[in-house]
Each structure stands twice: as C-alpha cells, then as structure tokens.
Design a protein. Sequence first.
Length: 394
Amino acid sequence: MQEHTVYMDSKLTLSGDSLNLNQKHRHATIKKQAMMFSCAGFLLVLLLGLPFVYFKAIDLSWPGWLLAMTLNIAVWSFFWLLIHYELDQYLFFDPHFLLIPAAAAGLLICLLVYLVPETRVLVLGGWFTVLLFGSGLLGFVEGMALSVFMAIAHLATIYLLIQRGEPLSMAYEVGVMLPLMIFWTFCSVVLERDKRNRNENLDLRKQLSEMAFNDSLTGLPNRRAFMQLLERESAYCERSQIPCCLAMLDIDLFKQVNDQLGHESGDHVLVEVAQIIRHGIRVEDTAARLGGDEFVIFMRESYVHKAALMVERIRIDVEQKMADLYSETDIQVSLSIGVAVWLPGLELSDVLQQADMALYQAKESGRNQVFYQAESDVSGSHEKRGHRVREEAV
C-alpha cells in the first residue's frame, strides 16, 4: 500500500487547503482596500486644494490639477488590477506588494511638490503615512531603502524646480532632508521591531494551533481535530448516501510496555504504531490519536467489509513489526480493533458507541483481532453482534 501522511493527505488537509485559499483571498482583499485607501488619500488632498486653485491661492493650473488627478487614479487602478488578477504574486522581491506601491506613492508626492512647490511639507507627512502602511510587514532595510529613494526623488524634484526658475536653494533643501532622514531612520527601526513582533506572534499562533490540533508525539491529529472532522463528515454522509466506517484501535497490554521497559519504550511503540496506521490507510482516510494508547480511523465512502480487511492488514503489520522489535522479550504488542459502519441517518454518537462496542468484543475475545459490525446488524437497538475478521480472508 502506498505511503501517505495522514495529516497532509487527509480531509483535514483539504480543509486546511480551503482555509489557505480563504486566507489568500482575504489578503488580496486587504491589499485591494489598501490601494483604494491610498487613492482616496491623494484624491482628498487634490479635492481640498480645489478652493486654492479656484481662488489662485496657489500657483497650480487646472491642467496641472487634472494631470495629478488622472495619474493618481491611473496608478492605483493599475495596482488594484494587478492584485485582482494575481499578477502581484510574480513580484518575488515584494511578497506583500508594498515596496512598489510605496515607491509610486513617493513619486506622486514628488509630482505634487513639482506642481505646487509650497506643498513640500507633504514630503514629511505623506512619507510618514506611506511608511505607516508598512507597519508589521516592512523591516529596517526596506524602510531605509524606501526613505533613501524618497530623499533622492525629492531632491531631484527640487533640482527640476530650480531649473524651471523657482527661487529655491538646493543647499537648504539638503539641510531639510537631513533631519527628515533621521526621522525616517527612526521610523525604519520601529518598522523592524513591529515586523519582528509580528513574525514572533505568527510563529506563536502556529505553534498553538499545532498544539491544539496535533498530537505532539505521533504527529497525528488529536481528539479535538478528529471530532471536528467527524462533525463535517456527518453532513457529507447524509448528502452522499454512501456509508462510511469508523475504526477504534487500542494497543493490547500497553501498560506492560511502560511498566517493564519504561515510558520511553512506550512512546516508541506509540510512534511506530502511528506510522504503521499512517502508511496503511488510503489518501481519503483520516487517522488520529484519541489519547493514551487509543487511535481511531475514519474511512470515507467505505463499506464495512472492505474497511475491516484494511484494518486487519494494519493489525498484522503491527504484530509483525512489534515482534521484530521486542523479539528478545516476552512482551507481545498487538492491536485490538473495532469497526462500525456509518450509514446515512445515524447519529455520530451512535457510530462511536458501536465502534467502541466492537472494540470491547475484540478485547473480550482474546485481543489481537478485528471485530466489526455489518450493515445488516444496524438497527435501533444498541445490542450489536460483532463479526470477527478471519486472517485467511486477507
């Protein structure tokens, strides 16, 4: 049988993939909103400048105002379309798609300065806002690179204004840029700290998520994750009208391993059994560790006889593997397994109880065997008769 990793290849992974797709869509929505807010910010500045243009309080012509308005809408619309059609993902040097929009925002600020030299104060406030948008995502290097870019772009704009005949002093503007660079350096330090804290929080949340839904010893999903899966699969069973199966597995005489060989050997047995279960199920099946020496397997779209034969192979593999590992001791590690069928209309609690009852029969009948409850045995009563899987049938 092909080797599969349960958590990555099970329905839990499919749910995780769906979650990743939803997260990707949410990130795209956030980036689109950022482009719209940036566009709105520049539009607000231009609209607030309308009275000054109308009363000629500032030296800005109507064609210049329309040019700034058009370029602003065109630039941010272009970025919005890049995100919408997922073209921004090809910009590997800018994974969060912040550097290019930030540089574009700097150039738009410089355009306003070129059109209205009196608005040079926008270089301070506007660029601080640009850096603020990158909080948690931009680090020190990115922040400093953008700030140097902004300083060069601003001084280039001043040079063009001087060439146009504006009464400006390059030496004065360089002197103004020096304290701005100090301020932007401080902003970059804060950005680095925010980015580091954000990454640490993301790592912590990931670890907490793994602790909440993964068994740390075996790597299998834990009880909480498995029960959530079963809640989702119950709806699927009702829709598909195809039976599914549930198998409860228990390591026989596991306490003897801990008592005679120590808990380290007991942990080793749990890991080995988990590996055998992981490799013995299909890609559409899911296995989990419920706790202690108890495991469970959910088999989607599977009839009970087929499911019983599959777990019988797992039982035989465990018996042979453990016999090789502990051949020099009198310890015999094996599995007792109970299988129940999950027919449409059955409650989850009933299926779990039936599988547990089949496991109890396997234990009472001498351990190291598989008992299952056939479809024909399903009724309103909880008194189920088990069927033992014959080894020769495998």
